[in-house]
Design a protein around this ligand. Structure first.
Ligand SMILES: CC(C)(COP(=O)(O)OP(=O)(O)OC[C@H]1O[C@@H](n2cnc3c(N)ncnc32)[C@H](O)[C@@H]1OP(=O)(O)O)[C@@H](O)C(=O)NCCC(=O)NCCS
Length: 174
């Protein structure tokens, strides 16, 4: 088995959005980690990016060097902290994390989670929420291992793949 490429973390930029779109839409099409029925557009991800930038929220990407001489940089995963009910005055952010399908199981989820928690503390947020489909055992296990604790389940809160999905909410106090 080839060894995994060395990964780098950096802040995400608008130029990363096409790669982010590809990762995101793959999840929409093939999994229940998102309940959306249809792929989104680049304009949708641009609006999302503008919200992150305007709110000063952390957005990090993981990159790998690709090509013969490793001259091309490819975005292979990302994580954000974003608003959670901000119009209601909650001092809370919600985490997102997506790893490209070809780069899973190599520690990138751990790497990005450690870094987004560090950034959350640095920015002075008080607590992070993770909303996870109860069928998503990889994500449940990952967040638990970083200290997130379950606070409740919204039963049948999304409909995907012909059935109702329940969503577990996990919380980390910073
Ligand atoms: C969940 C996800 C982020 C994990 O990323 P990853 O890079 O594969 O994870 P890592 O290799 O760093 O492994 C992190 C932990 O996740 C869990 N995990 C990863 N793959 C798993 C699998 N196939 N089955 C069960 N647990 C798994 C384990 O707890 C693992 O820790 P360990 O190896 O120390 O036991 C990735 O599978 C993904 O992007 N999934 C689709 C999108 C998604 O579900 N996002 C979260 C939405 S809430």
């Amino acid at each position: 088995m080839p060894s995994p490429p060395p990964y780098q973390l950096r802040s995400g930029t608008e130029q990363d959005l096409p790669a982010i779109l590809e990762i995101f839409n793959h999840e929409v099409r093939t999994t229940t980690s998102l309940y959306l029925q249809d792929p989104v557009t680049l304009a949708n991800r641009k609006a999302w990016f503008d919200g992150l930038r305007d709110g000063g929220y952390p957005f990090i990407v993981a990159t790998a060097r690709e090509g013969e001489g490793g001259e091309e940089e490819e975005v292979v995963g990302y994580s954000t902290l974003n608003t959670f009910r901000d119009t209601l005055g909650f001092n809370t952010v919600e985490v997102s994390l997506y790893i490209h399908r070809d780069h899973r199981g190599r520690g990138l989820g751990h790497l990005l989670t450690r870094e987004i928690i560090r950034l959350g503390k640095e920015r002075g947020y008080h607590t992070i929420i993770a909303g996870i489909c109860t069928e998503n055992s990889a994500s449940l296990s990952l967040y638990k291992s970083h200290g997130f604790r379950e606070v409740g389940v919204f039963r049948e809160s999304g409909f995907k793949s012909g059935r109702w999905m329940s969503t577990a909410f996990y919380q980390l106090m910073l």
